[in-house]
Write a protein that binds this ligand. Structure first.
Ligand code: HEC
Length: 226
């Protein structure tokens, strides 16, 4: 009785072994997938090509079309403020004429400007803005052609443009600093090193950041219409 039973098991084992050697072929030479739903979820997924569902080419009309759609042209990511001036001489001049510092002049703004200056600018521009930062002193960087001092004839808008795109040997800082941070730095440089009178800036207090952002968006929209 027992032997008969064992006999059956060994027969079954032989059949299974043969099956496992011969059955592992599917079209295209691919191994069969055990529970394909685990690899290719039946629910809609963001980056799946639905023309090729489950390894099989299906509906040609939806091939290479993902569930995720491209954003509409001109879409702006949340929190991003577009900067409408081009990275060239004309853009620099235009920014210089049009842009005004939208931030009120307050001690808090100055303190934050000072902190940012110490993090991003001091190693080139120096503690007092004389272009003698630690990189210059250690001869890792040539002396800067610009000294922040009283009477320096560079408007705030040009400064903003330069910090955004860089100029000469100075690299762009748009990816490291938000627009607001760039304006804080400009207040700090103009008050701290160029001895500009805070009164000159005070009348801009009522210009809120939102107003400036809205103007910028308007300009971009106009530009796109042309
Ligand atoms: C790697 C060195 C380096 C760093 C870091 C650097 N700068 Fe400069 N910066 C320069 C050089 C060089 C120039 C002169 C560019 C020219 O006119 O060719 C310059 C010029 C400027 C000017 C004059 C702009 C103009 O329109 O002529 C401003 C304003 C300025 N930098 C601000 C900053 C601020 C703010 C930071 C920190 C966020 C900073 N820089 C970081 C090297 C640097």
């Amino acid at each position: 009785m027992k032997r008969k039973y064992l006999n059956k098991i060994s027969k079954l084992a032989i059949v299974l072994t043969i099956a496992s050697f011969t059955s592992c072929k599917e079209e295209g030479g691919m191994a069969p997938e055990y529970m394909p739903d685990m690899y290719r979820s039946p629910s809609m997924e963001t980056y799946v090509d639905y023309g090729e569902l489950r390894g099989k080419q299906g509906n040609d009309s939806i091939r290479n079309s993902m569930t995720a759609r491209q954003p509409v042209e001109g879409t702006i990511p949340r929190g991003f403020q577009p900067y409408p001036y081009d990275n060239n001489f004309d853009g620099y001049e235009l920014a210089g004429q049009n842009l005004k510092n939208p931030l009120p002049f307050t001690d808090e703004v100055l303190d934050e400007g000072e902190e940012l200056y110490g993090m991003f600018c001091v190693h080139c521009h120096g503690e007092t803005g004389q272009g003698d930062g630690s990189l210059v002193q250690r001869e890792k960087f040539p002396p800067l052609p610009v000294k922040f001092a009283e009477g320096l004839d560079i408007s705030a808008g040009k400064m903003f443009h330069t910090i955004t795109y860089g100029k000469g040997l100075m690299g762009p800082h748009a990816s490291q600093l938000t627009q607001e941070e760039r304006w804080k730095l400009i207040h700090y440089i103009r008050i701290g090193f160029m001895y500009e009178e805070p009164e000159e800036i005070e009348d801009l207090e009522e210009i809120t950041e939102e107003v400036v952002a809205a103007e910028v968006v308007e300009e971009v929209v106009e530009e796109n219409e042309h």
